[in-house]
Each structure stands twice: as C-alpha cells, then as structure tokens.
Design a binder for this molecule. Sequence first.
Ligand SMILES: Cc1ncc(COP(=O)(O)O)c(C=O)c1O
Length: 385
Amino acid sequence: MKNYDQAERLQKLPPYLFVRLEELTAKKKEEGMDMIDFGIGDPDLPTPEPIVKAVQEALPVNKNQKYSSSQGEKDLRTAIAEWYKRRYGVDVDPKTQVCVTLGSKEAIFNISQAFVNAGETIIAPSPGYPVYSGASTLFNDAECAEVDLRPENDWLLDVDDCPDGARMMYLNYPNNPTGATCDLDYLKGVAEWCSEKGTILAYDNAYSEMCYDGYRAPSILQATDDAIEFGSFSKTFNMTGYRLGYAVGNPDLISGLKKCKGQIDSGAPIFIQKGGIKALSMYGEDGSAPKAVEDNMKIYAERRKAIVDGFRKLGFDVKMPKGTFYVWFDCGMPSMKFTEKLIDCGVVVTPGSGFGKSVGNYARVAVTQSLDRIEEAFDRIKKVL
Ligand SMILES: Cc1ncc(COP(=O)(O)O)c(C=O)c1O
C-alpha cells in the first residue's frame, strides 16, 4: 500500500482556521443567505484602466509570451529603482538591489529559505501575517519567537521583547491585521537593534501606499541599507490576481533571494510586468500618488469611517486606522464566537485568533464592500449583538 502521509513539515502547519470559516460561510450560502463578506483582504475595486491596457497591449507580442527570468525584466527593475528614488528618495541599483517577485508572499517565504538554517530563530510579530510564523518558520525547521504586539504600544513591536541571536525578524507596517502604522524614527530604532544583534531585517511593506489622512508610510531603506523590503502591486493598484511584487535592498540578501527563486520559479509573466511598469510610471516626479490610487483611497477612507462609526455606535472601542484597509478592534468575546454570530446574520469578518494567540478577542474587518452594503451589514449586526 502506498502511503500519502504529508511530509512532516506540512503536518506541522497549524490547522487553518480560515478553512472552518469558509465552510461555515459556504453552508450559509447554500441555504440561500446573501453573505456580506468583509473577510478577505482582496480589493473589490478594479485595476486602473491604463494598467489593464498596458497588459492587454503587451500580451499579444511574442517576446512577452516567453519565460522571464526569476529576478524579473530589466525594464521593470529599473522602473522600481526609479520609483524608490521618487517615492522615498532612496538610491538602489536595479541590477543588484532589486528583484521582481510573484506577489510579495512568495518572497516573504523564499527569503527565509535563502537565509535561515534548521534550529535558527525567526522573530514573528503576533498578531501578524500568518506566513511568518507558518511556512517561513516550519518549512525551514526553524524556531519561531512570536513576539506580542500590544494595543498600549499602538501595536508597535518592542525590540526589548525580542530574543538576542535571532537569524531573521519580520516586521510589517502599515500592519495587517491591526492597521497600525509607524514613523521613520521607529524604523531606525528597529534597524539599529537588528544590526547590533546580527539579525536579518525582512520588512514587509505590502501596504506602503494604503495610507489615510495625509500619512505616508516610510521605507525601511530610508532607515538603513542593511535590510530587505518587500512591496506589492496587489493592494495599491487592485492587482492581487496579477501576482506581482518586488524585493529591494541589501545586495547580499537580494542575491540569496534570486538564487533561491532561480530554483523555484521562472519569473512573473512579462506582459504582467509591463503592467507594473505602467503602474509605477503613473506616480508623480515628486513621488506623489496618481489620481487612480488617490481615488481608491478616498473610497476606502469613507468605508473605513462608516465601519468604525458603525461599531462605535454599538459600543465597541475602535481606532480609526491610518493605514491598510482593515479595521481592527476588541470584539469583547472569543473572536471565533463573534465571527460565528455575525455569519449567522450573513456578515463575514475575520477572527483575530487567525493572526496570533494573544489577540483571541479581536476581529478584523476589511473595507472591501460598498457603503450600501456596509449599511445593510450594520442593520443585520444590530439585531444579533
Ligand atoms: C502583510 C501582508 N504581506 C504580504 C501579503 C501578500 O500580498 P501579495 O502576495 O499579494 O503581494 C499580504 C496579503 O494579504 C499581507 O497582508
């Protein structure tokens, strides 16, 4: 008899809480219930027209239908380097300091494949994007030091809580799931700590362009050249399905990432990369965001306010986030129980316990529904809470 037992490293992954959520939601849908879904961090708005057009024009051209390379096309790497100059005032060499990625998720995982040995420690903020404590740690037989982020510290990771001697630290602001943001001085402090301790700093800046109320997220590369930063076209330009991102930073770290990716993928489709070039070219010379991005952020800002106000009216203590498209708050009961209550009335949110043990009473709401649907959702929520 053949055995189809999954590899031990796969078995070590914790049960995916979101699977249970999907099952519950699917059951309600089967019963004919109209579900209003604030669960997934996937923009409902369309990709800006000029980007779609650039991809459409590139697709029929034969040379764009071939393999790219795992580090990405030179013209996109150059466009990313120029964007870093305009947006952050940072100089990077497109040859040695930029790598195009298949969304940022694979690079967040592959950087650990490239640099972390079995038994070494990875610092993962908790709550946090599950890949840090999941695949990045478990598939490398590494140890995960989950460091709690605390509301009284505005969800900023405190380096005094972090262990010495860790091989790598993941850090993410604007933050999923808390919506927390940080300033450049904070990043300088963490970068200094990592350099002192010999810990590789892997900075996840996937939400760098999702900012509100005049706030603009900094890059870790404004604080140090001794780090790697991951960015993404997904959320900024509503391009989650295109799978396009970038890693920028220290040449040795980029070189390790490229070596790893060279064994695994053959690069993002070239016609998609052309869309990426178009997207970045829409930014102003002074690094200002294009109208298309600003318009999207205005829509998210209105929805964010409607959701924050809606939960405040119901008596919850909710902060207005300055970044991401998530609203995050203490829901006053185990988050899975809260989530199940809401699913019963056709509203889907994400339980905080999916992002870390210490936040079992928090819930995350993605602002990916129209104002009408948000209003409808609160009419329903009022009746069950
Ligand atoms: C914090 C964070 N990092 C990275 C990603 C990955 O995004 P992508 O692979 O689409 O760039 C996500 C997606 O939700 C995220 O929330």
